[in-house]
Design a protein around this ligand. Structure first.
Ligand code: CDT
Length: 302
C-alpha cells in the first residue's frame, strides 16, 4: 500500500519588531488553516517564527533581549496555535528562541518544536550549526547568533508522529551534509527546515547573487543523497530594514523541487508526498546498509 503525506511549507513575510506575539500567532493560525484547507497534514514554519530575526542587532540590555525568548513552549500566547493544530488535524514544526532557566543562569537555544495533529509537543530540536559571531566584525553583515544561542545539545533526534518519522533542522544546518545524514541514519523520512537568510553578504558581495542557488543546492543534494523528503519554510521580505530571501519549497528524494513559493510574503505551498519514493531512490543508489563503509571512512591515506 502506498504511504503518502501532504506536506506544507508555510512561508512567512517579515515579522516586524512592532508585532505582538498574539498578532504573529494569529498569522500562523491563518497559514495553518490554509495548509489544512489544501489537505496538508504536516506543516513547517520558519526559524524564529514568533519574532523578528533579532541576531541582526547588538543587544546589551538583558531585559530587552529576554523579550524575544520563550521561557516555555507552549505558553498562554502560543497555545492557540496548538489548539488550531488539533482542530485542523495537522502537525507542524515551528522555530523560536528558547530560554531555559538553569539555577541563576539562563541557557539560550535556537530551537524548533514538533507538534502532532493532537496538538501535543512531540519533541524539540536545538540548532547545531550556530553561525555568525559574538561581536560585530568589520566588513561583515552583523549576524550575532553565537552571542545569543548556545550550540544545540540534543543531537539529531527523529520523532514518530502521526505514523511518520520526522527530523528537524534550522537554517544554517541545511548547508551541512551531516544534518541530513545523521537524521537519515536515525531513520528520518521527512526533514522539516525553517530559515532566516539575509539577502546581502557584506563580507562577499560577489556571492550575493548566489543566495537562492546556495539555499536550494544543499537541500536538494541532502534530499537526494539521503533519499528523504524535505520541506523548508523561509521568513522572507524586508524585516526591520533587512532583506531576507524566500524560496520556501518541498523537495523529493529525487532531489527535485516539487513545490516552490514565489513571493516574499505569507504563502503556503503544498505537495502530496509519496513516501514509497524513498525506498525506490534508496534501491537505485543509496542503500546505506549495503553500500556505506563507515568502518573505512576514518582511515588515513599516507
Ligand atoms: N539563520 C541562519 O542560520 N542564517 C544563516 C546565515 C548566516 S550568515 C553568517 C544561513 O545559513 O542562512
Amino acid at each position: 500500500m502506498t504511504r503518502r503525506v501532504k506536506l506544507a511549507a508555510c512561508q512567512m513575510g517579515p515579522v516586524q519588531s512592532s508585532a505582538s506575539r498574539p498578532e504573529v500567532v494569529g498569522r500562523l493560525i491563518h497559514l495553518l488553516e490554509r495548509a489544512a484547507k489544501d489537505g496538508a497534514t504536516l506543516a513547517v514554519f520558519p526559524e524564529l517564527a514568533l519574532t523578528t530575526f533579532f541576531p541582526r542587532w547588538e543587544i546589551d540590555n538583558e531585559t530587552k533581549l529576554d523579550v524575544f525568548y520563550e521561557a516555555s513552549f507552549p505558553n498562554a500566547e502560543t497555545q492557540p496555535l496548538l489548539d488550531a493544530a488539533r482542530r485542523l488535524r495537522i502537525g507542524f514544526a515551528i522555530g523560536f528562541a528558547e530560554m531555559v532557566q538553569d539555577g541563576a543562569a539562563k541557557q539560550r537555544f535556537n530551537t524548533m518544536a514538533l507538534v502532532d495533529a493532537e496538538g501535543q509537543v512531540a519533541g524539540l530540536y536545538r540548532k547545531m550549526h550556530v553561525p555568525g559571531s559574538e561581536m560585530p566584525e568589520p566588513g561583515v553583515t552583523v549576524h550575532l547568533e553565537r552571542r545569543y544561542f548556545a550550540p544545540g545539545n540534543l543531537g539529531f533526534p527523529v520523532f514518530d508522529i502521526d505514523g511518520l518519522r520526522v527530523g528537524l533542522a534550522l537554517c544554517n544546518d541545511r548547508r551541512w551534509p551531516e544534518t541530513y545524514r545523521m537524521l537519515c541514519l536515525n531513520g528520518a523520512e521527512i526533514v522539516l527546515i525553517g530559515y532566516n537568510t539575509p539577502l546581502l553578504l557584506d563580507e562577499a558581495p560577489q556571492l550575493a547573487h548566489l543566495r537562492m542557488f546556495h539555499n536550494h543546492l544543499p537541500m536538494q543534494a541532502g534530499a537526494y543523497q539521503n533519499t528523504v523528503w524535505v520541506a523548508a519554510a523561509a521568513k522572507a521580505g524586508l524585516e526591520d530594514g533587512q532583506a531576507l530571501i524566500g524560496g520556501s519549497c518541498i523537495i523529493a528524494p529525487t532531489g527535485e523541487i516539487t513545490a516552490l513559493a514565489t513571493s516574499l510574503a505569507d504563502e503556503v505551498v503544498t505537495y502530496d508526498a509519496d513516501l514509497g519514493l524513498i525506498e525506490t531512490c534508496r534501491r537505485v543508489n543509496f542503500d546505506f546498509a549495503r553500500y556505506r563503509r563507515p568502518d573505512q571512512y576514518r582511515r588515513i591515506c599516507e
